[in-house]
Write a protein of this length. Structure first.
Length: 75
């Protein structure tokens, strides 16, 4: 998995992963697009370590949105 800096958690290098099916469905609906294969989600732990950053990005584009977009927490 690519290691790239995350603009939301401001970590120099964090692991990102491709979206799971439920996450992809949410992002498709949120962005009103048909394909989200090129999007990744940041796995950086937040302050307490129990939650992840969940900032969405496109492969090598650090700031694909004007305001950082985070996936909702899993249920």
């Amino acid at each position: 998995m690519p290691m790239r800096s995350c603009v939301t958690c401001r970590s120099p290098e964090e692991e990102h992963r491709f979206l799971k099916p439920k996450e992809a469905a949410w992002l498709k609906k949120h962005l009103d697009v048909k394909n989200v294969d090129e999007y990744l989600v940041c796995l950086a732990p937040l302050d307490d370590g129990a939650k992840q950053c969940r900032n969405v990005r496109r492969f090598y584009v650090e700031r694909p949105f004007r305001v950082p977009l985070r996936l909702p927490e899993p249920e």
